[in-house]
Ligand binder design. Structure first.
Ligand code: ADP
Ligand code: MG
Length: 449
């Protein structure tokens, strides 16, 4: 910049000798260099009149002086202050756009890769579909809708797809956003002073992609306008054969207020669940985490954690870390079973407290979408009787209560009715897979807190 200034001072020195003192002071001195572009020096004058005077009366002198000093420049132009401002604004806009188009759209968590993902029965299909997309997007599964409980690896897989794509197809524009980010982006657009322009920028951002991943889409449920916007974004991408990947904590049909239009869009591709890992997979995940993060723990600790925590891998990881840190604080190299037990004592106690009849009833009601009054009441309708029996079954299974006390919870039913309900579900889940899953899900919901 200094050099630029020096050059321009030299031009002014020449011009001062070439033109009258009045013209120099009034017009020429007000000129300032803005930039050089394609062998042309762009100047700004202090006013429209100054610009016109310079161009009309001193154009040749200015050009020659510039040519003498700026070796690579052979012409010039002059802007008025207003023109300069307009130009700057336009430039900013294009810069913004190129920034959006060029910069890596988001940083994927480097730890979340396919290599660090342990594959087991619970997640092998979703793993395979994700891997396939990351090698060849928009060919087979579009959209891919991944759903499953909290902490089971959905976000991990989305990042793994992103990480892999940036290696195998670095030219692709891949964006990962949470539903919350998408919603906020859209709301910002609505509240912007320059709404039209913001909307264009929003569209540029979301519709010029090759791969769009939206995490935790269940949060879109209550936001009708955002759903609308997402619908258009989705259609645009889909019609242009671009890949869309969505993650949610539940199946689209269980996202209560999801518009039917979106629900049927999601159904056009692959809807794949990710289930809770079985014991062996939990062990494998723990072993891998312990190894990767260098948490030294005995095999017994791994066994204990895999046994105790079976619904949420994030919690399992947390417990592993806690056990190791606890032992470490005591100056030990490796955590033994007693360290793990001591480290997690409070967590497990808290968990136990949350298991009570009220909590179980609440979860059953939420799951089956019935009210507590329904369940406790006398209705003989199938859609009430089954949840009631499930509630009885889970309460008797998880709590060590006398049958008469359980009966009291259900409006004073006697213990034979309670036994009947419990046995009915025990039998039914042997053959009815849907019911078996429902019972498992509710138990997990209860045990989670
Ligand atoms: P979700 O998005 O389903 O709530 P995350 O993807 O955030 O869950 O996973 C929670 C944690 O569990 C992360 O640290 C992730 O790395 C880990 N995790 C989940 N599934 C696996 C797996 N199969 N193998 C290894 N780590 C896993
Ligand atoms: Mg997640």
């Amino acid at each position: 910049m200094q050099q630029e200034k020096d050059l321009w001072s030299s031009v002014l020195n020449i011009l001062e000798k070439e033109v009258t003192a009045v013209s120099f002071d009034l017009w020429i001195k007000t000129l300032e260099p803005v930039k050089t572009k394609n062998n042309e020096l762009v100047l700004v004058a202090s006013s429209e009149t100054a610009k016109n005077q310079c161009l009309k009366n001193h154009s040749t002198a200015i050009r020659l002086a510039i040519k003498e000093i700026y070796k690579s420049v052979d012409s010039f132009s002059i802007l008025t202050p207003q023109e300069k401002k307009d130009l700057q604004e336009k430039q900013e806009e294009t810069e913004q756009l190129t920034q959006i188009q060029q910069k890596p759209l988001c940083n994927f968590n480097k730890k979340y890769t396919f290599d660090s993902f342990v594959v087991g029965n619970s997640n092998q299909f979703v793993y395979a579909a994700s891997k396939s997309i990351s090698e060849d997007p928009s060919s087979k599964y579009n959209p891919l809708f991944i759903y499953g409980g909290v902490g089971l690896g959905k976000t991990h897989l989305l990042h793994a797809i992103g990480n892999n794509l940036s290696k195998t197809n670095p030219q692709l524009k891949v964006l990962y956003v949470t539903c919350e980010q998408f919603t906020n982006d859209y709301i910002d657009t609505l509240s912007s002073n320059r709404k039209e322009k913001s909307l264009v920028t929003f569209r540029e951002k979301y519709r010029n992609l090759d791969v769009l991943m939206i995490d935790d889409i269940q949060f879109i449920a209550s936001k009708i306008e955002t759903q609308e916007q997402f619908f258009h974004t989705f259609n645009d991408l889909y019609q242009n054969n671009k890949q869309v990947i969505i993650a949610s904590d539940r199946h689209p049909r269980e996202i209560a207020t999801l518009s039917d239009r979106l629900r049927s869009r999601f159904a056009m591709g692959l809807i794949q669940d990710i289930q809770k890992p079985d014991f062996e997979t939990r062990m494998a995940i723990l072993r891998k985490k312990a190894q990767d993060e260098r948490y030294f723990v005995s095999d017994e600790v791994i066994d204990f954690l895999a046994e105790k925590i079976d619904t949420n891998i994030r919690e399992m990881e947390g417990a592993l870390q806690k056990s190791y840190f606890y032992a470490n604080l005591l100056g030990k190299q490796q955590a033994e079973i007693q360290d793990a037990k001591a480290a997690l004592k409070e967590d497990f106690e808290k968990e136990k407290k949350a298991i009570n009849p009220e909590n179980i009833l609440e979860k059953v009601c939420r799951y089956f979408n019935v009210t507590e009054d329904d369940i406790i009441g006398k209705s003989k309708k199938k859609e009430i009787v089954e949840p009631r029996q499930v509630a009885v079954y889970i309460i008797t299974e998880l709590l060590d209560l006398p049958l008469a006390s359980v009966g009291k919870i259900f409006n004073g039913r006697d213990h034979t009715t309670i036994i009947h309900s419990r046995d009915k579900i025990t039998e039914k889940i042997k053959t009815d897979n849907r019911l078996k899953i429902a019972v498992e899900d509710i138990k997990n919901m209860v045990l989670k807190k």
